[in-house]
Write a protein that binds this ligand. Structure first.
Ligand code: RTP
Ligand code: MG
Length: 139
């Protein structure tokens, strides 16, 4: 059964700064997903607060927002069969140290040091999140 979905993928500031946008897009395209829209965004605090509302109050919230403000992010509207789950599988688990080899975070992510939030990419985690986040980043 085919379930075409759209998801929000972000190449976070560490990925852009390290020149990994092309490598990340290569993996996404090689998997067969379609780029519907793409833009370079200097995310402001309002956008980030809305995007990360679910994490407000957690210990990593403030450093996460600060990191996401530190440079441009590439926002991608991505389409494909079961792409929400599929992209998160391509990305690997949150911590790059233990993310499986073969995944974006596992292969390219650096050690979980002081900047724990530097894990290269974001992918929406449900159809509801995808709809909400796409509306924020592609208004
Ligand atoms: P994302 O939302 O970026 O796709 O990542 P995720 O679902 O794997 O992780 P999530 O739990 O939603 O956390 C959002 C981002 O916050 C940073 N983080 N730091 N210090 C920590 O324990 C910690 N936990 C999360 C990461 O940048 C994570 O991607
Ligand atoms: Mg998340």
């Amino acid at each position: 059964m085919t379930t075409i979905e759209e998801t929000l993928v972000l190449v976070k500031p560490d990925g852009v700064a390290r020149g990994l946008t092309g490598e990340i897009l290569r993996r996404i395209e090689a998997k067969g997903y379609s780029l519907v829209d793409i833009r370079l965004v200097e995310a402001d605090r309002d956008l980030l607060a809305a995007h990360y509302a679910e994490h407000e109050g957690k210990p990593f919230y403030a450093p996460l927002i600060e990191f996401m403000e530190s440079g441009p992010t590439v926002a991608i509207r991505l389409a494909g069969n079961r792409v929400i789950e599929g992209f998160r599988s391509l990305a690997g688990t949150t911590d790059p140290t233990t993310a499986a080899p073969g995944t974006i975070r596992g292969d390219l992510g650096r050690d979980w040091g002081a900047k724990v939030q530097q894990n290269l990419v974001h992918g929406s985690d449900s159809t509801e999140s995808a709809e909400r986040e796409l509306a924020l980043w592609f208004r």
